[in-house]
Design a protein around this ligand. Structure first.
Ligand code: ADP
Ligand code: MG
Length: 711
């Protein structure tokens, strides 16, 4: 590989200020068309696809398979070995549907190829019979067993489902991998030879295939090596775009100034004395690093990472108090209203004891009170409100909590079509900030820990503080996974904790995206539990449709032990902090994303007591591969870093039902650990290209715009 410097001025010439559009450019617009443009996609399918995050042709093309089928030999039907996966091809002779017992439908087709005939069997897909009319040509992949040739995947009159290395996409209940394959094939055809955002010379230097070739090979590889080469090209693209965004931000920040806050003062000293525990080494180190940053007249740009429950909030509040005691203001910015309220509930009582007024800024706070809140020294609110309403000139410290950027509320706002307001003060600083006003010191908090050296590589100049260890009194949470028919045992276990004066959470199934129907389902579930498994206990109900005051009262009651159990939707996943709660049941846990399960589990194990998390899933047969992988990972480890890696490997469905986390996990094709070299190269290339305007600009805009939280 050439050193990045060799890339300046492609082929030895000064780089043109605009790259010429490649000759085969015109198809780019096609990518932005909605999925409805693909054959046989109507409104209902489009909705299902939207739930997978697939809204445009481009989204479909960039939907990454999470694995590929093994290659299998094709055998003549007369010569199929027993119990071994093979492919056969032939013509349907007869077809019929049998229902040997309730809830079991067998489609049976006799298929022949001249060397012999075999009975092929499909389970519970009665609707297929119609398509398997005599004379239909089929290619089947499966194995010979008790029911004849049990079909695992099939193609009728062409198609790629039975091919060697057929891609396997994270499936959902109402969208089979087969259907997704068909859509991808249609999208590939439609997109054809596409626009390539990379300058040709760079592609040659980096020995990367064209983007069109890469996309085709991603979905229809001839072998695993080809698929991997394709993945790398796509990873390079996203890394380059990501790094370009960061580099541009750095360039824009060079001239910025911030208020230097001097030495820590009397308020934070009292704050430390007020805490009922001593800070961990990790917390102390983070605080020292923050203090050093705040003493400088340059804006701090620091990432604070630590697993769920590691005590980041304590550190964040320290930074906010430093602003307040120096006569400035601090703001804690949360991605959702619920999270902002939770933070407010944590922060406000402490600050009250310190005599520092705190204001809550969310859209459910009436305008009148909001004006009052704006007077406070420390503001807690959603990103959007703080960015819009707060005068930056006396804002000295901003803490940006990103652990849950794409929550239910955002997804709703996005799908509800509320447009994103253009914002001067973008989180990524892509727009040029005014350089006359001092900029706030910024602390980003994330609960997706990655190794520090890797974070430095990826985030560039962002400084990283890490709280590597949980407070010493913690015991790892014990996690168990049971299927529905054994849920009564889980509740028995939970009642035992309640009888020992402990408290518990029950998390309701995730049914769909609407906060209102979630709330209704949660109400029904709480009622059912009050009359069933939890009869005789004091059961509270927490969901996103409660008014803030109601929610606050409820949390106060739970904290005061006036309630034994909190039945809740995922609104409890962040911020809720009750150390006496030692057990949690997550119903239909298979529906949740991994990041979300990890966050949920973090609500217990917050004190010295041994805590438990019981994951109840639907029955084995009903689970998708990735659901199973997620649940197994949760049982295996409580390490957020390890889970983040697993999540990256099986992602897709995680995006659908779970949380889309910020930053690194926005990268779809990159494997953080394996791709270090690629990350370095993308970073070097970005440094070279940062001054140039060109087609990559649009990609940078898109990458960061898509990820801006819609408030
Ligand atoms: P995070 O935001 O990283 O998930 P929090 O800041 O919410 O974690 O802290 C989790 C819990 O641990 C809270 O109950 C907090 O009061 C407590 N905690 C924080 N720091 C310490 C410490 N040094 N020792 C004991 N408990 C702590
Ligand atoms: Mg927290």
């Amino acid at each position: 590989m050439l050193p990045p410097a060799a890339l300046t001025g492609f082929a030895g010439e000064a780089a043109p200020s605009k790259w010429p559009r490649p000759r085969a450019a015109p198809r780019r617009e096609l990518l932005d068309l909605g999925v409805e443009m693909l054959p046989r996609v109507g409104p209902s399918l489009a909705r299902k696809l939207a739930r997978l995050g697939l809204r445009t042709v481009r989204d479909v093309l960039e939907h990454r398979p999470h694995r590929y089928e093994e290659p299998v030999p094709e055998r003549p039907i007369g010569d199929v070995p027993a119990e071994e996966e093979v492919a056969i091809a032939g013509v349907v002779r007869t077809v019929n549907v049998r229902r040997p017992r309730r809830r079991l439908a067998l489609v049976e087709a006799r298929v022949s190829d001249g060397t012999g005939e075999v009975k092929a069997t499909w389970f519970n897909q009665a609707w297929l019979a119609e398509k398997l009319q005599p004379g239909t040509r089929v290619r089947l992949r499966g194995s010979l067993g008790r029911y004849g040739f049990t079909v695992k995947s099939y193609d009728l009159d062409g198609g790629g489902a039975t091919a060697d290395f057929a891609p396997v996409y994270p499936a959902t209940e109402d969208l089979t991998p087969k259907r997704i394959r068909e859509l991808v094939a249609a999208a590939l055809d439609l997109a054809g030879e596409q626009w390539d955002p990379l300058p040709a010379a760079l592609r040659v230097d980096e020995q990367l295939p064209s983007r069109s070739d890469a996309l085709r090979a991603l979905h229809q590889p001839a072998g695993l090596e080809e698929a991997e080469t394709a993945r790398k090209r796509l990873a390079f693209d996203e890394l380059l775009v990501f790094q370009l965004g960061l580099a541009r931000r750095r360039a824009g920040r060079e001239a910025e100034t911030a208020s230097a806050l001097g030495e820590p003062g009397e308020v934070v000293a009292r704050y430390r004395a007020l805490l009922p525990f001593t800070l961990t080494d990790g917390q102390e180190r983070a605080i020292a690093e923050i203090d050093a940053d705040l003493a400088k007249p340059k804006p701090m740009e620091r990432l604070l990472q630590g697993d769920v429950g590691s005590g980041k909030t304590v550190v964040a509040l320290y930074a906010l108090l430093r602003a307040a005691e120096a006569g400035f203001r601090g703001a804690l910015m949360a991605p959702t209203e619920t999270l902002a309220e939770q933070h407010f509930l944590t922060v406000e009582p402490l600050c009250r004891q310190l005599g520092i007024p705190v204001g809550l800024l969310t859209s459910s706070v009436p305008a009148r009170e909001r004006a009052g809140a704006l007077e406070a020294r420390i503001l807690v609110g959603t990103h959007a409100l703080i960015q819009e309403d707060v005068d930056l000139s006396d804002l000295a410290v901003a803490v940006v909590d990103e652990q849950h950027r794409f929550g239910v509320e955002q997804r709703k706002a996005i799908s509800g079509g509320r447009s994103k307001r253009p914002r001067r003060q973008s989180r990524h600083g892509l727009q040029t900030a005014s350089q006359a006003t001092p900029q706030p010191h910024v602390l980003h908090m994330t609960a997706t820990p990655i190794p520090r050296t890797l974070a430095l590589t990826v985030y560039g100049d962002l400084a990283v503080s890490e709280i590597a260890k949980l407070p010493a009194n913690r015991k790892p949470i014990v996690t168990a996974w049971v299927t529905e028919e054994r849920s009564s045992e889980a509740y028995k276990r939970l009642r035992k904790h309640l009888d020992d004066r402990r408290q518990a959470y029950v998390v309701c199934p995730l049914i769909d995206e609407s906060e209102t129907s979630l709330a209704r389902a949660a109400e029904r579930e709480a009622e059912r539990l009050r009359n069933g498994e939890l009869r005789g206990y004091r059961v509270g109900l927490l969901h996103g449709r409660l008014r803030p005051a109601e929610r606050r009262d409820l949390m106060a009651q739970f904290k005061a032990r006036e309630l034994d159990v909190l039945v809740a939707t995922t609104v409890i996943e962040v911020g809720v902090d009750v150390p006496n709660a030692t057990i949690m049941i997550v119903q239909e846990a298979d529906r949740f994303g991994l990041a979300q399960l990890h966050q949920l589990r973090g609500r217990v194990g917050r004190g010295a007591e041994q805590s438990y998390c019981l994951l109840v899933s639907r029955l084995g047969e009903e689970l998708t591969d990735s659901a199973r992988e997620r649940l197994e990972a949760m049982v295996r480890t409580t390490d957020g870093f390890e889970l983040a890696e697993v999540d990256l490997d099986i992602r897709g469905e995680g995006q659908l039902l779970g949380t889309r986390q910020a930053g690194l996990s926005d990268l779809r094709f990159t494997r953080l650990r394996a791709d270090r070299d690629l990350i370095e190269r993308a970073r070097g290339t970005a440094e070279e290209l940062v001054g140039e305007a060109g087609p990559l600009d649009d990609e940078v805009e898109r990458f960061f715009a898509d990820r801006e939280p819609a408030a």
